[in-house]
Ligand binder design. Structure first.
Ligand SMILES: Cc1cc2nc3c(=O)[nH]c(=O)nc-3n(C[C@H](O)[C@H](O)[C@H](O)COP(=O)(O)OP(=O)(O)OC[C@H]3O[C@@H](n4cnc5c(N)ncnc54)[C@H](O)[C@@H]3O)c2cc1C
Length: 509
C-alpha cells in the first residue's frame, strides 16, 4: 500500500474520507458504475482499516439477525417483533451477493480469506427467557430467510452443539438455544484491504495515507473545497470536488458539523468503548465452533450483548468473549479525549442533554462496566462458560463506537443504536453516523447512498444494468421473493464456500 505524499488530483470527481469498509464499498461500487470517475481517498492513519473495520476491533459477525436477540424485541403484548430482523437478514444477503461478485471476478482472493461459515446460535437460561426464545423461533421460522433454524431445550442436544457452554452447568436450570447453520464470521479488515488494493490499481484512483481532512467549504456552484492536512509535512492542501463521502467512522460527526449542511444540525454522538476477553488456550479454542449470542443485561446498550465467538483471523482460529462496554470521550480508538467535548455545539446541546436524561440506566450500566474487576468479568464469562478460568483469557481493547443522538420532537433528543445516513439536499455530500449493524450491511447502505446522491445516473438503464451485474437481486426484494431468495442463497453459499463442514453435518444428524 503506497503512502503518496503530494496530492495528484486537486479536482477529483469523488472524495472519500476514511479508509474503512464503508469508503471501500462505496469506492468500488462507484468505480464499477462509472470507470471514468476519478476518486481520491484520504485516511488520517498510516494504513487502511485500522479503526472499527479492523478484524480485532469488531466482532466479525455477519449480522443476519439469526442470533442477535436485540434485533427481535418482545412487544408489550408478549409477541416478538421480527421486521428489523428481516431487513437485516435481507441486507446481509445483498452483501454476500456483492462479495460473490468480487470473488468470481478475482477482485479478492479465495473467499475463506475474509468469510467463513460458522453456526449462529442464541442461548438463554431461565423460564422467561426460554419462553421468549421459543416465541422468537416460531415467529422467525415462518419467514423464508430464517428457514433451517433449529430450536432446542434439550441440554444433551445443546451440549452436542456447544460443549463449552453446557460443561458444569446446573442440570436443573431451564435452558434453550437456536442454531442457524448459515451463519458467518467475516474478517471485514481483510475484505477492506483487498478492495483498497484493487482500487489502487484502477486508473484515476488515489489513496492518501497520513492525510487528515480538516475542514470544508460549500462553493456557490454546489461543489466542495476540502482542506486536507498531510500529517507528515503538516502542510494543508485544498481539494475541490462535486461529491464527498464522510466515511470517517467515529470521526464522521465532527466532520459533518464542519460541513455546516442544514441536514446535519442537531446530531450528537455518545461514545461507547469496548473490550474483549481473548482465549489463549488452544484446547479450549478448538472445543468451540459457533457464535453464541445471549440476552443483554438490563440497561445495557443493545450492542453490548455478550457473545462467545469463534473467529478465524488471518487463517487462525480464535475465541472471543464480550464485548464489555466502557466509556471514553474519544470518538476513534486513535482519537482525542477532546472529541466529545469539541462535538458539543449550540444546535445539539439540547438533544444531547435530553438523551442523557432519558438514558440514566445506560449511564449507570456504563459506569458499572468501567468499574468491573477481573473477577466481575470472569463471572460474566462464566454465565456462558461455567468452567472458564481466568488464566486462559486475556483482556484486549475493541473498537470505539459513537452512537447517534438525534433531535426528537417529543423527547427533545434520543439515543439511537443503528446507522444514520445524512445527505445534503443537493446530493453533494453524505455522511454515515452510528455503528450497528454496521459493516455487514455496508453494501445496502452504499446502494441507498447512490440512490440518494447520484439520483439521475442511478435512474439510467446503464447504471441499473450494471447494478444487476454486481448484485443480481438488485431491484427485487429478497424478503418478499421466496424463489429469488433461495436461488440467491444457493449461489452465494457455493461461491463463498459457506456450506456446513462434514463434521458439523454429523453433529447435527
Ligand atoms: C466493538 C465493535 C464490534 C462490532 N461488531 C460488528 C460485527 O460483529 N459485525 C458488523 O457488521 N459490524 C460490527 N461493528 C461495526 C463495524 O465495525 C462498523 O460499522 C464499520 O467497521 C464501520 O466502518 P467505517 O468505514 O464507517 O469506519 P472505520 O472502519 O472506523 O473507518 C473510518 C476511517 O476514517 C478515518 N478517519 C477518521 N477521521 C478522519 C479524518 N478527519 N480524515 C481522514 N480520515 C479520517 C479513520 O482513521 C478510519 O480509518 C462493530 C463495531 C465495534 C466497535
Amino acid at each position: 500500500m503506497s503512502t503518496k505524499k503530494s496530492i495528484k488530483t486537486s479536482t477529483p470527481d469523488i472524495v472519500l474520507i476514511g479508509a474503512g469498509i464503508m469508503s471501500a464499498t462505496l469506492g468500488i461500487l462507484l468505480k464499477k458504475l462509472n470507470p471514468a470517475f476519478t476518486i481520491s481517498i484520504f485516511e488520517r492513519l498510516d494504513r487502511v482499516t485500522a479503526e472499527s473495520s479492523d478484524a480485532w476491533n469488531n466482532a466479525g459477525t455477519g449480522h443476519s439477525a439469526f442470533c442477535e436477540l436485540n434485533y427481535t424485541p418482545q412487544k408489550e403484548d408478549g409477541s416478538v417483533a421480527i421486521d428489523k430482523a428481516i431487513k437485516i437478514a435481507e441486507s446481509f444477503e445483498v452483501s454476500k451477493e456483492f462479495w460473490s461478485y468480487l470473488v468470481e471476478n478475482k477482485i479478492t482472493g479465495a473467499p475463506e480469506e475474509f468469510i467463513r461459515h460458522i453456526p449462529h446460535m442464541s442461548f438463554v437460561w431461565g423460564e422467561d427467557n426460554v419462553d421468549y426464545l421459543k416465541k422468537r423461533f416460531d415467529a422467525l421460522t415462518k419467514h423464508h430467510l430464517f428457514q433451517g433454524m433449529k430450536y432446542s431445550e434439550n441440554s444433551a442436544e445443546i451440549e452436542n452443539w456447544v460443549p463449552l457452554i453446557m460443561d458444569g452447568r446446573d442440570p436443573s436450570e431451564a435452558v434453550a438455544a437456536t442454531r442457524m447453520d448459515l451463519g458467518t464470521d467475516v474478517n471485514f479488515g481483510a475484505l477492506t484491504r483487498t478492495i483498497f488494493n484493487y482500487l489502487e490499481t484502477q486508473e484515476g484512483v488515489n489513496l492518501y495515507l497520513n492525510h487528515e481532512v480538516d475542514d470544508f467549504k460549500h462553493e456557490s456552484d454546489g461543489s466542495w473545497t476540502i482542506d486536507v492536512k498531510d500529517l507528515s509535512t503538516r502542510k494543508t492542501q485544498k481539494v475541490r470536488t462535486p461529491f464527498v463521502f464522510i466515511g470517517a467512522g467515529g470521526g464522521s460527526l465532527p466532520l459533518l458539523e464542519k460541513s455546516d449542511i442544514p441536514e446535519g444540525k442537531g446530531f450528537g454522538g455518545f461514545p461507547v468503548s469496548g473490550q474483549w476477553l481473548v482465549c489463549n488456550n488452544p484446547e479450549i479454542i478448538e472445543r468451540h465452533q459457533a457464535k453464541v449470542y445471549g440476552k443483554a443485561a438490563v440497561g445495557s446498550p443493545p450492542m453490548s450483548v455478550p457473545h462467545l465467538d469463534t473467529r478465524v483471523i488471518d487463517g487462525k482460529k480464535a475465541l472471543l468473549f464480550g464485548p464489555y462496554a466502557g466509556f471514553s470521550t474519544k470518538f476513534l480508538k486513535n482519537g482525542s479525549y477532546l472529541d466529545l467535548p469539541r462535538s458539543i455545539k449550540f444546535n445539539n446541546i439540547k438533544p444531547m442533554l435530553a438523551a442523557g436524561i432519558h438514558n440514566i440506566p445506560l449511564t449507570k450500566y456504563l459506569i458499572d462496566q468501567v468499574r468491573q474487576s477481573p473477577e466481575d468479568r470472569l463471572a460474566a464469562l462464566r454465565d456462558y462458560m461455567p468452567q472458564a478460568r481466568m488464566e486462559d483469557w486475556e483482556l484486549e481493547k475493541a473498537g470505539q463506537r459513537v452512537q447517534v443522538i438525534k433531535k426528537d420532537k417529543k423527547e427533545g433528543g434520543v439515543l439511537e443504536f443503528g446507522t444514520e445516513m445524512v445527505t445534503a439536499s443537493d446530493g453533494s455530500l453524505a455522511a454515515l453516523l452510528g455503528a450497528s449493524p454496521g459493516a455487514s450491511t455496508s453494501v445496502s447502505i452504499m446502494l441507498e447512498l447512490i440512490q440518494r446522491c447520484f439520483k439521475d445516473q442511478a435512474a439510467t438503464a446503464e447504471w441499473k444494468q450494471q447494478l444487476q451485474k454486481l448484485i443480481p437481486s438488485f431491484g427485487s426484494s429478497l424478503a418478499e421473493d421466496v424463489k429469488l431468495a433461495a436461488k440467491t442463497r444457493e449461489r452465494t453459499t457455493q461461491v463463498l464456500k459457506l456450506s456446513a463442514s462434514k463434521k458439523e453435518q454429523e453433529i447435527l444428524a
